[in-house]
Ligand binder design. Structure first.
Ligand code: ADP
Ligand code: MG
Length: 286
């Protein structure tokens, strides 16, 4: 006959399966042994095992959201050199990375500047930090999303395609000025901007100033209406700093012993290093 504690252990495993508590299934035995050894009160043991499951669940959710965000790899706040962008401070980015002040009211962030100035890097880095803080983010090249929305429109499913994007607290539209009305009709972009207005946030990067956004939307009235909605509640970063790549190449040509930028940049915190911190943050979309 099996010892009673083995029977209990088997029952616990079955019950935890039933309740879908995988982390608890893995960890309870070890915590139970410690509890027996140290004579914990029952409430302390219960608190310990439940906390373990909660922390693990938060970690898994962040991992899922990171993979769902399609962020470009290796672009983090830790690997971004703020000295290269005098108008943007680390403190500002840290405040935005908390998310609550702007994402809860659907405010936007717009980043302007020439090619190579770090817009994509900074946008992605902020995306990673926001996901780690419990928010849901989707990073996409604007042209890719426009294509998807256009094919949804052809299937008469534009509204539901836009509604599906509501689950993201932040949609990062990289390179909006590459979406051109000549390639295809971009009023889908206007519909997206209108649908998210004052509800869900957008982070947009652009090589061209507003004055040249006429090329993005089918007509001037729509351009003005789109810009109007975007800037109503927005933070705007001017990142006209010249190309970071060219700067590094120039530095290397002057000093061939300077480290490869890739090596220097690869030291950042890996995107998976989400911690219990992420649990403390409210996740409205959950
Ligand atoms: P943009 O989107 O403005 O054209 P990117 O973000 O693509 O520029 O930057 C070009 C390259 O230079 C990328 O590899 C990026 O990681 C790097 N880079 C740009 N600015 C910085 C910076 N301030 N610190 C670290 N790397 C940077
Ligand atoms: Mg870019």
């Amino acid at each position: 006959m099996r010892a009673p504690d083995t029977v209990d252990a088997a029952r616990v495993a079955l019950l935890l399966n039933e309740l879908r508590l995988p982390a608890l299934k893995r960890s309870w035995a070890e915590l139970a042994a410690q509890s027996d050894k140290e004579g914990w009160p029952a409430a302390r043991f219960l608190a310990a095992i439940v906390e373990y499951e909660v922390v693990d669940r938060g970690r898994r959710r962040v991992e899922r959201n990171l993979s769902d965000a399609h962020l470009p790899p290796g672009k983090t706040i830790d690997t971004f050199e703020f000295d290269a962008v005098p108008r943007v401070s680390r403190a500002q980015i840290a405040a935005l990375a908390a998310g609550d002040v702007w994402l809860e009211k659907g405010a936007n962030l717009l980043m302007f500047g020439g090619p190579g100035g770090g817009k994509t890097h900074l946008a992605a880095a902020l995306g990673v930090a926001l996901v780690e803080n419990g928010w849901r983010v989707l990073f996409t090249r604007t042209t890719d999303l426009v294509q998807k929305l256009q094919s949804a429109r052809r299937e008469l499913a534009l509204e539901s395609a836009i509604n599906k994007l509501d689950k993201y607290d932040l949609l990062i539209l990289d390179d909006i000025t590459y979406a051109s009305k000549d390639q295809a009709e971009t009023s889908v972009l206007f519909e997206l901007i209108s649908a998210r207005y004052e509800r869900r946030s957008l982070l947009i990067t652009a090589n061209l100033p507003f004055a040249e956004w006429d090329k993005i939307f089918p007509d001037r009235v729509m351009t003005i209406a789109a810009v109007d909605r975007l800037v109503h509640h927005a933070t705007i970063f001017e990142m006209n700093v010249g190309s970071y790549r060219q700067k590094i190449a120039l530095e290397r040509s002057r000093d061939p012993t300077a480290p490869e930028p890739e090596i220097k940049r690869s030291r950042g915190r890996p995107a998976r290093s989400a911690t219990i911190k992420s649990l403390a943050v409210k996740t409205p979309a959950d």
